[in-house]
Design a protein around this ligand. Structure first.
Ligand code: ZN
Length: 91
Protein backbone atom coordinates (compact mmCIF):
# COMPACT_ATOMS: atom_id res chain seq x y z
CA UNK A 1 0.00 0.00 0.00
CA UNK A 2 1.66 3.20 -1.04
CA UNK A 3 -1.14 5.55 -1.85
CA UNK A 4 -0.73 8.78 0.05
CA UNK A 5 -3.33 9.75 2.61
CA UNK A 6 -5.95 12.33 1.86
CA UNK A 7 -4.56 15.75 2.74
CA UNK A 8 -5.91 17.31 5.89
CA UNK A 9 -7.83 20.54 5.83
CA UNK A 10 -6.11 23.52 7.31
CA UNK A 11 -8.27 24.45 10.27
CA UNK A 12 -7.59 27.68 12.09
CA UNK A 13 -7.66 27.12 15.84
CA UNK A 14 -10.86 28.53 17.28
CA UNK A 15 -12.91 27.57 14.23
CA UNK A 16 -16.33 26.36 15.24
CA UNK A 17 -17.04 23.10 13.49
CA UNK A 18 -20.59 21.88 13.18
CA UNK A 19 -20.76 18.16 12.65
CA UNK A 20 -23.95 16.44 11.63
CA UNK A 21 -24.78 13.08 13.14
CA UNK A 22 -23.28 11.35 10.09
CA UNK A 23 -20.09 13.38 10.17
CA UNK A 24 -18.63 11.85 13.29
CA UNK A 25 -18.48 8.42 14.80
CA UNK A 26 -17.03 8.62 18.27
CA UNK A 27 -16.64 11.22 20.90
CA UNK A 28 -15.83 11.41 24.54
CA UNK A 29 -19.10 12.00 26.44
CA UNK A 30 -21.04 12.61 23.24
CA UNK A 31 -24.34 11.08 22.25
CA UNK A 32 -24.22 9.19 18.95
CA UNK A 33 -26.79 10.29 16.41
CA UNK A 34 -26.78 13.93 17.40
CA UNK A 35 -25.07 16.89 15.80
CA UNK A 36 -22.03 18.23 17.58
CA UNK A 37 -20.32 21.59 17.68
CA UNK A 38 -16.67 21.89 18.61
CA UNK A 39 -14.35 24.88 18.77
CA UNK A 40 -11.26 23.33 17.26
CA UNK A 41 -7.85 23.57 18.88
CA UNK A 42 -6.11 20.97 16.78
CA UNK A 43 -6.20 17.61 15.16
CA UNK A 44 -4.42 14.47 16.14
CA UNK A 45 -2.50 13.52 13.04
CA UNK A 46 -1.52 9.94 13.65
CA UNK A 47 1.07 8.31 11.48
CA UNK A 48 -1.28 5.55 10.51
CA UNK A 49 -4.49 7.46 10.54
CA UNK A 50 -7.38 6.37 8.43
CA UNK A 51 -8.11 8.05 5.14
CA UNK A 52 -11.62 8.80 6.17
CA UNK A 53 -11.53 9.72 9.85
CA UNK A 54 -9.50 12.01 12.04
CA UNK A 55 -9.58 12.86 15.72
CA UNK A 56 -10.40 16.50 16.29
CA UNK A 57 -9.54 18.13 19.60
CA UNK A 58 -11.24 21.19 20.93
CA UNK A 59 -13.69 22.73 23.31
CA UNK A 60 -17.41 22.77 23.71
CA UNK A 61 -18.90 26.00 22.40
CA UNK A 62 -20.23 26.75 25.87
CA UNK A 63 -16.81 26.28 27.38
CA UNK A 64 -15.33 29.65 28.17
CA UNK A 65 -12.03 28.89 26.49
CA UNK A 66 -9.98 30.93 25.78
CA UNK A 67 -11.47 33.34 28.27
CA UNK A 68 -10.71 31.06 31.15
CA UNK A 69 -7.35 29.64 32.05
CA UNK A 70 -5.96 27.43 29.37
CA UNK A 71 -6.91 23.85 29.81
CA UNK A 72 -6.45 20.80 27.73
CA UNK A 73 -9.18 20.18 25.16
CA UNK A 74 -12.43 19.17 26.82
CA UNK A 75 -13.74 17.52 23.65
CA UNK A 76 -12.42 14.90 21.29
CA UNK A 77 -14.42 13.70 18.37
CA UNK A 78 -13.60 11.35 15.54
CA UNK A 79 -14.81 13.20 12.49
CA UNK A 80 -15.00 12.54 8.79
CA UNK A 81 -12.17 14.25 6.96
CA UNK A 82 -14.56 15.06 4.12
CA UNK A 83 -16.85 16.89 6.55
CA UNK A 84 -13.93 19.01 7.73
CA UNK A 85 -13.03 19.91 4.17
CA UNK A 86 -16.61 20.90 3.54
CA UNK A 87 -16.71 23.22 6.54
CA UNK A 88 -13.36 24.81 5.83
CA UNK A 89 -14.40 25.48 2.25
CA UNK A 90 -17.66 27.04 3.42
CA UNK A 91 -16.08 29.38 5.94
ZN1 ZN B 1 -12.82 23.61 27.29
Amino acid sequence: MNRSPQPLPDITPGTLLLLEANDWSYGRDLTPGTSVAIAVTGIRDLLYRSDEWIWVLGHRPECEYPNVDRHSPCMEVRAKIAALHRQVAAS
